[in-house]
Design a binder for this molecule. Structure first.
Ligand code: NAP
Length: 468
């Protein structure tokens, strides 16, 4: 029996399956470690090692007769990846991630199309189903991710593109695409239906993302990530590749769970995200907004307020990231703590431009993890907080989300700084947040505006507190 088995499988096949097993284990442990900031870095290394093992294992595949194209792919892919890692700033990470999803999805779709061209007529109905699923998700994720990247980069208008009958049109495109899929599963040589599905998939990806406003893009991104993962899993079924099935499923379902959690954090409906058309800006509501005057505070007065406070909560946002002010905020916090002030940080799940953005930045500045509080934990503490310092955040502290049912961001949970005894908002000027909405917080009697770049102003504030 052993001899028969050994004869039927060459050594290269054992090496390949063994490395795939190792890669799958590394992916599972990598994902587990990514679930906590303390172990996230280790998780990244484990996942990278898993990917390296999967690539090395694949090189042992017995059907590879010519390594030239693979080496070409490895070199160009590594060059593009390295260029991205070196030159793309942290603040542009979401659009970079969207591009990565587009690359992954187009790869999955092309593998599916080439399998159809080469083996289409020999495939079983099950494999044709997996192939159709892969191509459908791959094509719609490709165009959807490209539109998302364009919106996030600002090359495409970020506001939702909506028109009458859009939902119905989306539904028709979806049913058209799905009917082509079913037809190509039932009938062996249904090339027209297959290519029809490719075209409708590409169109559906565009239609799915254009009606969504930039402010809701994080959820879309994590959903597209999930689609790209599921498409890779389907590729695994088509090619009989276990590591693709495992990694794709992990990616697909973790992305889906993240989408659901983000929808909850932004009070959005997952059905609307799935079928497009949420996050629409009601322009009347957007234009409306509390008017009045913003009160400016001088640096020395802000320093005195902070120096003699019992409790201060910092609320970081995108402006902190773009100014790279994480070390400056930590230094100010250190000085305040030396003066006996209790310091905490309030972290909103979508502050900044990617999930976990603030956690990553503050961890880089060695802010103790115990001082970071999630929104639900910290909100009840504001009424007993002397000063809430908003550093380059805007949308995530916009009280309209809570108080104005007509606001485009109505229902999105916010960090309730306006309930603190006093609020200092540190930003450069009158710039709006990512959603483009006015923020009534800036006009409230409790709020004082401290104008300036986050990094230099925090540094000056630290010096002023020391000499206060
Ligand atoms: P935000 O609403 O984008 O506001 C950032 C504020 O920072 C601006 O009002 C700007 O005002 C100020 N700012 C910019 N540069 C600054 C600098 N150098 N120094 C000081 N202030 C500066 O930020 P947020 O409150 O963090 O909200 C995040 C938004 O991004 C949400 O709408 C969220 O949905 C969206 N988003 C999040 C993700 C994610 O996954 N986290 C991804 C994509 C989009 P001035 O111009 O006046 O300085």
């Amino acid at each position: 029996m052993e001899t028969v088995f050994a004869q039927s499988l060459p050594l290269s096949r054992y090496i390949l399956e063994f490395t795939y097993l190792i890669a799958s284990i590394l992916f599972v442990f990598g994902l587990k470690s990514l679930s906590h900031p303390d172990t996230a870095r280790k998780g990244m290394f484990l996942a990278e090692a898993g990917m390296a093992a999967a690539i090395v294992g694949t090189l042992f595949h017995q059907d590879i007769h010519f390594y030239g194209w693979i080496i070409f792919g490895l070199i160009t892919g590594s060059m593009v990846g390295a260029a991205f890692a070196i030159w793309v700033p942290m603040t542009a990470m979401p659009q970079r991630t969207a591009l990565s999803h587009a690359f992954g999805a187009v790869a999955a779709a092309l593998v599916g199309i080439s399998e159809f061209i080469i083996h289409g007529s020999e495939l079983s109905a099950f494999t044709r189903g997996a192939l159709g699923f892969e191509v459908m998700l791959g094509t719609l994720t490709t165009t959807g991710s490209l539109i998302a990247a364009g919106k996030l980069q600002g090359t495409i208008r970020g506001t939702p593109v909506q028109f009458k009958g859009q939902q119905l049109l989306n539904l028709l495109i979806f049913f058209g695409m799905f009917s082509c899929f079913i037809y190509s599963v039932i009938y062996r040589d249904a090339a027209a239906a297959f290519y029809g599905m490719v075209a409708l998939g590409l169109l559906f990806g565009i239609m799915l993302v254009i009606p969504i406003g930039s402010a809701d893009m994080p959820v879309v991104m994590s959903l597209l990530n999930s689609y790209a993962g599921l498409s890779s899993a389907a590729t695994g079924f088509v090619l009989g590749n276990n590591v693709l099935i495992i990694a794709g499923t992990l990616d697909g379902f973790s992305g889906f769970i993240l989408s659901v959690l983000m929808c909850k954090a932004m009070n959005r409906s997952i059905t609307n995200v799935l079928f497009g058309g949420f996050g629409a800006v009601h322009h009347d509501a957007a234009a409306a907004g509390e008017q009045g005057t913003m009160r400016e505070i001088k640096l020395d007065d802000a320093a005195i307020q902070l120096r003699y406070a019992n409790k201060v909560i910092f609320v970081p946002g995108y402006g902190l990231a773009t100014a790279q002010a994480q070390h400056a905020v930590r230094e100010l916090a250190n000085v305040l703590e030396e003066h006996g002030v209790t310091v905490k940080y309030a972290i909103h799940p979508v502050a900044g431009r990617m999930p976990g953005h603030m956690n990553v930045l503050l961890a880089e500045a060695n802010v103790p993890y115990g001082e970071l509080y999630e929104m639900e934990q910290i909100n009840p503490e504001f009424p007993t907080t002397d000063v809430a310092v908003v550093v380059g955040a805007n949308d995530v502290v916009n009280p309209d989300a809570r108080d104005n049912p007509n606001s485009p961001i109505a229902g999105m949970p916010i960090i309730e700084v306006d309930r603190a005894k006093s609020v200092i908002v540190l930003k450069r000027g009158q710039g709006r947040g990512f959603s483009g909405l006015e923020n009534p917080l800036f006009f409230k009697p409790v709020t004082n505006m401290l104008y300036g770049d986050a990094k230099s102003t925090l540094t000056s504030l630290t010096q002023a507190v020391q000499s206060a």
